[in-house]
Structure formats: C-alpha cells, structure tokens
Design a protein around this ligand. Sequence first.
Ligand code: TIU
Length: 226
Amino acid sequence: MSDPLAVEAEPYIYGFDPQHTALLLIDMQRDFVEPGGFGETLGNDVAMLRRVIPPLQEVLAATRKAGMTVIHTREGHLPDLSDCPPAKLGRGAPSLRIGDPGPKGRILIRGEYGHDIIDELAPADGELVLDKPGKGAFYATDLERVLRARGIRSLIVTGVTTEVCVHTTVREANDRGYECLVLSDCVGSYFAEFQRYGLEMIAAQGGIFGWVAPSGNYLKALEARS
Ligand code: TIU
C-alpha cells in the first residue's frame, strides 16, 4: 500500500492513494473536439475545447508512469439507435441529428470515426474504454462494477464538457461515495462562463461535489512521490 498523496486544491487539500485512484478521461472524442461532429451540429465552436488537449496529454503520461488505472469514456449510441431516447434525438433541433451521416461518419454512433477518441489521447493497451449512452459515466454502464473490482475509491476527472458530461459524472460519482478531483485546465466547455461557474459549483460549500485544482498541482503530487 502506498502513502496517500496530497494535492493543493479547492476547497482544501485532496488526498489520494494512487493504487486506489483512477484517471477518468470523459468523451475526448472527435465528435466533440473536432469540426463536423455532434458538438458543432449543436451550434458550438469546437476550438473552445481543444485547449485541454496539451495539459491532458501531460496528465495522461504522468498517470501512466505512476501505474494508475486509466479509464476513457465515449458518449454514443448503437447503430440502430435503440439505446437513444427519442427526446435526446430531437433535442435542440440540431443541424444534424444523432445517427445522421456527417463528415466524420454517422453522428455519435459507436464504431464511426467521429465517435472515437482523438489521436492525441488514444487509449493504450489495457486501458478501459467505456461506452455510455448518457451524459453521466455511471448511467447504463459497468463503471461502478469496474471501480469496485479494482478497489478504486478516488477519481481524477478530466474531459469534456465541464457543465454537461463532466458535471453529471462527478455528481453521480459523489453520490456513490467516490472522491473526485477535477483538473481545471483538463476539462473544457464551449462556454467560458459555464467553465468558470461549473468549476466553482463543484468546490463550493466546502466541496459539495468534490475538489478542483490545476493539473500542475496534481503532477507535483505525483512527482513528489517518485
Ligand atoms: N453538448 C455538450 O456540451 N456535451 C455533450 O453533449 N456531451 C458531453 O459533454 N460529453
């Protein structure tokens, strides 16, 4: 058993044991961070999300080096859309609906090029890639079973978007007893104000949903151990 590590965070120090902690990369898919995908069909500027890629590459490399569990998620649906609620299909009158053919393949459909994770953060052999039909990573997935089997109690949370899939997942995790540290420069939103308030909401009220810190503080904690 390794000693707990301490990360300077809001609202106070976040302690974690690397052996019982997983790095979660939420939905770093082409459909969200590249033009021609689901994010853009909803009217968003994908450039807003791309800034998380360089710091997240550093975090991923250091986490792999530390031998910790790494889990990637992908939001998406079966080709016949049987796992996509009609309400989700129609919501917001997007320019292209989920399942429609787009420049990177059918929008948000499993197996399509646009649905997969960007090359910069490609999963390594042995890393878990979890497909989820909802915004939260626990809904209709095996995530909780996987975490329990590996003795994971803490989650380092990264990915997109801050106020949608990251928030939903952190709230689901918090209710299940997991301690979440959200890395502020490794989560991204299409909206600057949602990024700011989304992060503030997590750490407010004494850490109502978890902790928030820049990735440098997490990297410093890992380096201090080695
Ligand atoms: N639209 C938006 O901000 N996000 C999503 O639809 N999914 C995720 O956040 N992954």
